[in-house]
Design a protein around this ligand. Structure first.
Ligand code: F6R
Length: 608
C-alpha cells in the first residue's frame, strides 16, 4: 500500500527519495511522485506507472535539492493516473499521504465554497487545501495541527510549505511512519527499508505524533504542540533491507530462504532436551496463560490461513478451545471475548488495518493480547500486551511465503507451551515434537531440491483457467493458502475447499480443464480423500496429488504427484505449503505475470 519518504540533509535529496521509493516498491503501487523546493516554489513531478517511469521525468533536468518528499500510490479514491498521483499541491502546501480521509466529501464542499479548485479525485487533496487554508493565518506547524483536528480517518503525511521550504512536517495516525536519524540527515518513511542503507537509528512514531524536520535536526510534539520524547531504537543491518540475492524474483528467494528463516524462528526459543519452549520469548509468563479459558485468533489473508492451522494445532495439542476470526469481521460481530481470553493477532507486517482494529477491540473488551508479527517495531507488536517475533527476515514479495511457514512454526511452539502448562503433554512427547520441528528445515531443503518436478507440473497446467485445492483437517487451510497463492500470482481463478465438501457443490465444476490439487495426509481421512481423487478422475478432471513420499504408492489415479518427506501431521502443514508456493510461482512466471508485485495488490494493507 502507499509508500512515503522524505529526506532532509546534505546529500542529493531527490536521489535519496527516489532510491527510497524503490525500496518501498514491494508495498504495491500504481503511480509515483516527488516534490522538492526550488527558487520559485515547490516543484512536483509525478506520473502513473513505476519508479522507472518516474525516473524518466525526474532526471530530464536533474533537480538539485537537499529537501524532498516522495510517494508511491495504491489507488483508493480515483483511478491510477498522473492527476491522482501524489504529491498533491495547494497554493503554498504540498503533501504526500498514506491512509484515508473519511470525511473528505464534507470538507471538500466547504473548501470549494471558499474558492479552492480541485484537480484530482483523491481524498488527499482535501487535506492539502485544508492545511493551506489554515496556513494563511497561522504558522506552518499550527496549520497542520489545526487541519488535522478537522479530519477523520487514517493518515501518515509528509508536508512541505513554500513559505518554509527547509522543513518537512510528518504526522501519523493509524498509518505507519518511522523517523530515521542519520549523521546530519533525517528521513521520514512508511517503513525502515526505505532508508536503512543510510541509517538504522529509528523512532517508530505513535498515533498523533508530529515530527518537524529541518537541517538542524528533528522536533517531536503532539498535536497540541507539546514536546514529546520517544525512544531511539536500532534496527540491525540484516533485519531491514533485502536484495534478490541472485534470484529472479523476491518471491522465489523467499521460498528458498525458508529453511534459514524457520531456523531463525526457532533460535533461542526452544530447549530441545527438556521439550520446552522459552516462554519469555513470547513476553508471557505461566501465570498469565494459566487463567486463559479461550483463545481467539484474528488475522487476514495468508495470516488467517495460518490462524486456521493454529486452531487445529492448539486444540489438538493443548486441548484449549480456539475461535478464528477474519480480522475484518471481528469487531462488527460484537465478539464474546473478555478478560479470561487471549487474543492472538497474526500479522506479517504488523500494520494491517483490520488486524489492528480487531486487536484493539479485543483489548478494549479486556482480553490479553499477543501479536505474532514479523516486522520489527510494527504497530501490532507495540500495542499488544506481548509479542512473538517470527524473525523470518524482511518479506519483500507481495505474496507471503516464508512469513506464513514461520507463523505456523510460531503457533506450533505456542501449542506446546499451552499443552505443557495445561498438563496435556508428557515430557518425552514434547521432546519428540521439538526434535521433529528441528528436522523441518532440512526437509524443506529436500522439497526445494525437487523443484524441477514442480516446474514440470506447472508447464502442463499453466494455461488452466480454474483450479481447485482440496485438503482435510489441518490441510484444509493449506489448501486455502495454495489457492490464494495461485490466484494472487497468476490471476488464475482458484478455490480451496475441505475435500469432504467437494460433493456438496464444487464437484459441479470438474471437467478436463479443471486441475484439482489434492493434499493428502496419513490417517483416518486418507482413504476418503483418495476416493475424492477417483471421483474427480471419473469426471475427466486432472488430479495433482501432494502427499508423503512413502504414501505415493497408494495413489491409484493421479495425473501428477508431488512427494514430501514424512513428518508429524502438524508439521506436514508446513512442508505441504512449500510445493504449493513453488507451483504458484512457476505458473505465474510461465504466464508472464509480475509475481513480486501482482496487479492491484499491496504488501501492507493499511486501509480498512
Ligand atoms: C497473501 C498476503 C496477504 C496478507 C494479508 C495480511 O500472500 O500476503 O493475504 O497475508 O494482507 O497481511 P499481514 O500478515 O501483514 O497482516
Amino acid at each position: 500500500m502507499c509508500g512515503i519518504i522524505g529526506y532532509i540533509g546534505r546529500d542529493d535529496a531527490v536521489d535519496l527519495v527516489v532510491e527510497g521509493l524503490r525500496h518501498l516498491e514491494y508495498r504495491g503501487y500504481d503511480s509515483a511522485g516527488v516534490a522538492f523546493p526550488t527558487d520559485s516554489g515547490i516543484e512536483v513531478r509525478r506520473c502513473k506507472g513505476k519508479i522507472k517511469d518516474l525516473e524518466a521525468i525526474v532526471y530530464v533536468d536533474k533537480p538539485v535539492a537537499n529537501v524532498a518528499i516522495g510517494h508511491t500510490r495504491w489507488a483508493t479514491h480515483g483511478v491510477p493516473s498522473e492527476y491522482n498521483a501524489h504529491p498533491h499541491s495547494s497554493d503554498n502546501i504540498v503533501l504526500v499521504h498514506n491512509g484515508i480521509i473519511e470525511n473528505y466529501l464534507d470538507l471538500k464542499k466547504e473548501l470549494i465554497e471558499r474558492g479552492y479548485r480541485f484537480t484530482s479525485e483523491t481524498d488527499t487533496e482535501v487535506l492539502c487545501h485544508l492545511i493551506d487554508r489554515y496556513s494563511r493565518d497561522y504558522t506552518f506547524e499550527e496549520a497542520v495541527m489545526m487541519a488535522l483536528k478537522d479530519v477523520r480517518g487514517a493518515y501518515a503525511i509528509l508536508v512541505l510549505s513554500a513559505r518554509d521550504p527547509q522543513k518537512i512536517i510528518g504526522v501519523r495516525k493509524d498509518s505507519p511512519l518511522v523517523l530515521g536519524i542519520g549523521e546530519g540527515e533525517f528521513f521520514l518513511a512508511s517503513d525502515v527499508p526505505a532508508f536503512h542503507a543510510r541509517t538504522g537509528r529509528v523512532i517508530f512514531l505513535e498515533n498523533n505524533d508530529m515530527v518537524i524536520l529541518s537541517p538542524e535536526g528533528y522536533k517531536l510534539m503532539d498535536l497540541n504542540g507539546n514536546s514529546i520524547e520517544r525512544e531511539i531504537e536500532f534496527i540491525p543491518p540484516m533485519a531491514a533491507g533485502a536484495d534478490k540475492g541472485g534470484y529472479k524474483h523476491y518471491m522465489l528467494k523467499e521460498i528458498h530462504e525458508q529453511p534459514r528463516a524457520l531456523s531463525d524462528t526457532l533460535r533461542g526459543r526452544i530447549f530441545p532436551e527438556r521439550g520446552e519452549v522459552n516462554l519469555s520469548e513470547f513476553g508471557l509468563d505461566e501465570g498469565m496463560l494459566r487463567g486463559v479459558d479461550r483463545i481467539f485468533i484474528g488475522a487476514c489473508g495468508t495470516s488467517w490461513h495460518a490462524a486456521l492451522a493454529g486452531k487445529y494445532m492448539i486444540e489438538q495439542i493443548a486441548r484449549v478451545p480456539v475461535e478464528v476470526d477474519l480480522a475484518s469481521e471481528f469487531r462488527y460481530r460484537r465478539p464474546l471475548i473478555g478478560d479470561k481470553d487471549l487474543f492472538i493477532a497474526i500479522t506479517q507486517s504488523g500494520e494491517t488495518a483490520d488486524t489492528l482494529a480487531a486487536q484493539r477491540e479485543a483489548k478494549r473488551r479486556g482480553a490479553l493480547t499477543l501479536s505474532i508479527c514479523n516486522a520489527l517495531g510494527a504497530t501490532s507488536a507495540r500495542e499488544a500486551d506481548a509479542v512473538f517475533y517470527t524473525h523470518s527476515g524482511p518479506e519483500i514479495g507481495v505474496a507471503s511465503t516464508k512469513a506464513f511457514t514461520s507463523q505456523l512454526f510460531s503457533l506450533y511452539l505456542f501449542s506446546l507451551i499451552m499443552a505443557r502448562i495445561g498438563g496435556r503433554l508428557e515430557e518425552q512427547d514434547a521432546v519428540a515434537m521439538i526434535a521433529e520441528l528441528l528436522r523441518v528445515p532440512d526437509k524443506i531443503e529436500k522439497i526445494i531440491s525437487n523443484e524441477d518436478a514442480i516446474v514440470a507440473v506447472a508447464k502442463e497446467l499453466f494455461k488452466a483457467k480454474d483450479f481447485l485445492y482440496l485438503g482435510r483437517g489441518i490441510l484444509h487451510p493449506i489448501a486455502l493458502e495454495g489457492a490464494l497463492k495461485l490466484k494472487e500470482i497468476s490471476y488464475i481463478h482458484a478455490e480451496g475447499y475441505p475435500a469432504g465438501e467437494m460433493k456438496h457443490g464444487p464437484i459441479a465444476l470438474i471437467d478436463e480443464d479443471v486441475p484439482v490439487v489434492f493434499l493428502v495426509q496419513r490417517g483416518v481421512l486418507k482413504e476418503k480423500v483418495l476416493s475424492n481423487i477417483s471421483e474427480v478422475k471419473a469426471r475427466g478432471g486432472k488430479a495433482v496429488v501432494v502427499m508423503s513420499d512413502s504414501l505415493l504408492g497408494e495413489v491409484r489415479q493421479a495425473d501428477y504427484t508431488i512427494g514430501i518427506p514424512e513428518t508429524n501431521p502438524y508439521l506436514e502443514a508446513v512442508l505441504m505449503a512449500v510445493p504449493l508456493q513453488l507451483l504458484a510461482y512457476h505458473i505465474g512466471v510461465l504466464r508472464g505475470c509480475d509475481v513480486d508485485q501482482p496487479r492491484n495488490l499491496a504488501k501492507s494493507v493499511t486501509v480498512e
